[in-house]
Ligand binder design. Structure first.
Ligand SMILES: O=C(CO)[C@H](O)[C@H](O)COP(=O)(O)O
Length: 249
């Protein structure tokens, strides 16, 4: 059986002027996690905010009582230098740090071989480092990246190098409110077939109209921004997203 449904509203679509209230309300409306999109204007063509803002919203949301429990801050790092911010985000109150495979691989290309931090910027070393710092580690792939690049980490014999979650992007990262790319579903199906216990997250264009396809393919962690924050009854939307996943477990 696939892992339980986890509904993670993306606060990218929340009112940034009232983020603390928006986050606390969303958790009370039934969200499991908060999906926090960090964009650097370089890895993606948009910018959001950094660790100081995460520190302030953490004050409005109780920390999870168990690993991966309600209130988990699921930080999606759409940034070119993911290693640089691991300790800051841990300090800010992030529990799950998801970096992009593409960013880790391009740092490993050793553009700065003498940089003493470069030895940690391949995917396995990044995952180990995030674990050592004390967070769950997620690894994300953009729509153009094939899923099989992840098998090396997912099949690692060292538990510390295995990600706790894979994020399959269902839009090009950078902006909320885009259309769901159903053509990403074979990646999810393949992952679910190979890794029955893995947390598989989908992000981009998820709504009551598209969640069935994601759930059918095997996704259990559903990120939804505009569908939740744009709804007149966000709690009902969260419940329907959850039901769609639970029906297929
Ligand atoms: O990572 C993201 C964009 O890069 C967002 O999390 C995502 O797009 C969610 O927004 P929506 O549900 O409105 O598509």
């Amino acid at each position: 059986m696939a892992p339980p449904a986890i509904i993670a509203p993306s606060i990218l679509s929340a009112d940034f002027a009232a983020l603390g209230d928006a986050c606390s309300r969303t958790i009370h409306q039934g969200a499991d996690w908060l999906h926090i999109d960090i964009m650097d204007g370089h890895f993606v063509p948009n910018m959001t905010f950094g660790a100081p803002v995460v520190t302030t919203i953490r004050k409005h949301v109780d920390r999870p009582q168990t690993a991966g429990g309600k209130g988990t801050f699921d930080c999606h790092m759409m940034i070119s230098e993911p290693k640089k911010w691991v300790t800051s985000f841990k300090g800010a109150g992030c529990e799950c740090y998801t970096f992009h495979y593409e960013a880790a691989v391009s740092s490993t290309a050793a553009t700065r071989p003498q940089d003493e931090t470069s030895e940690r910027t391949n995917p396995k070393d990044m995952i180990r480092y995030i674990h050592e710092v004390g967070m769950k580690a997620g690894i994300a792939i953009k729509p153009g990246t094939p899923v099989d690049v992840l098998y090396d980490v997912l099949d690692s014999r060292s538990e510390n190098e295995v990600p706790d979650m894979v994020l399959v992007m269902t839009v090009e990262p950078g902006f909320g409110g885009q259309s769901f790319m159903a053509e990403m579903m074979p990646k999810v199906q393949e992952l679910r077939k190979r890794y029955p216990d893995l947390n598989i997250e989908v992000d981009g264009g998820l709504s009551e109209k598209t969640v069935d396809q994601a759930a059918e393919a095997g996704a259990n962690v559903i990120v939804a921004g505009s569908a939740v924050f744009g709804a007149s009854d966000p709690g009902a939307v969260i419940q329907r997203l959850r039901d769609a996943v639970e029906r297929r477990r």
